[in-house]
Design a protein around this ligand. Structure first.
Ligand code: GLU
Length: 284
């Protein structure tokens, strides 16, 4: 049984970049006769905007992208993340480094722009430092096949470094929460933007350590503006309205034939037509 999901962060209204992720995962689920779930990723409280979750859900409903079951909110699932951290205790350690110290000792930048942490606190938090964040001791390389982007391989030790599972601001990290939720919700297929392709190896390592199955992955190109920036509220992406041609533009972006309605788009759905690119301009 196929179970897909859309997992927006409620940092603003649905924009074209999040719409194409929602549409692709919805079409893939419906074409497979599967279920499609919505999860609101509202852990990163400083970035959350009041009312954004409701607005996203209204927009999805207005577009006809109906979901199955109840909408889950990460902020109500903290006990699950705490449990997972306990199960990972053998592989985690407290880090007392400040942002500044990490930048100064960094082994370089990872593909997603984060600093590669050199493991300074692996043995022990340096004297005089307070524990701030909990990190996972990464090991080895992870390979996986993405349904659109093809074979992927990431050497976690060299290319990512020990990453944070529990943040210095007292929040569970996205990487941990997404792995726990995808597994607990029985997600078999993750369809999302390729800005998260570089996070996938980390998530697979966590799945293995926690004894979870690994879902199939399909990463669509991330929608970027003319300056090549990922669409977001910060880069001035417009909110998707009720009317307009957003669905037609989204189908075009995904390389799919035009359709008069969603039922036809489901019948036409062909992931092989999705461009195997990491990023693509939202406006052709
Ligand atoms: N919440 C993430 C975002 O809005 C997506 C997470 C995921 O699909 O794994 O970018």
């Amino acid at each position: 049984m196929y179970v897909g999901r859309f997992a927006p962060s409620p940092t603003g209204a649905l924009h074209f970049g999040s719409l194409v992720a929602a549409l692709a995962s919805w079409l893939d689920a419906r074409a497979a006769g599967g279920r499609w779930r919505v999860r609101i990723e509202d852990l990163d409280t400083p970035r959350i905007q009041a009312g954004a979750a409701e607005q996203i859900l209204r927009t999805l409903g207005g577009l006809g992208l109906a979901w199955d079951g109840s909408v889950e909110y990460q902020s109500r699932r903290l006990a699950l993340y705490r449990d997972a951290l306990e199960r990972l205790a053998q592989r985690t350690y407290w880090c007392g480094c400040t942002r500044r110290e990490i930048a100064d000792s960094s082994l370089g930048l990872a593909a997603d722009g984060a600093q590669i942490y050199p493991g300074s606190c692996r043995a022990d938090v340096a004297p005089g430092k307070a524990p701030r964040a909990l990190r996972l001791r990464v090991q080895g390389a992870i390979a996986f096949a993405d349904r659109v982007q093809g074979e992927q391989r990431q050497d976690l030790e060299r290319e990512v470094g020990d990453f944070v599972l529990y943040r210095a601001d007292g929040m569970f990290a996205y990487q941990l929460a997404v792995v726990v939720d995808d597994a607990e919700q029985g997600i078999t297929d993750v369809v999302r933007g390729a800005d998260l392709l570089d996070s996938t190896a980390r998530q697979i390592q966590l799945q293995r350590l926690l004894g979870y199955a690994t879902p199939r992955y399909l990463h669509i190109p991330a929608a970027v503006n003319r300056a090549g920036e990922k669409l977001s509220k910060q880069t001035g992406a417009h909110a998707i309205g009720a009317g307009g041609d957003a669905l037609r533009r989204a189908l075009a972006f995904l390389g799919q034939p035009q359709a008069d309605d969603l039922a036809e788009a489901v019948r036409n759905w062909d992931p092989a037509l999705i461009p195997a690119r990491r990023a693509q301009a939202a406006e052709p």
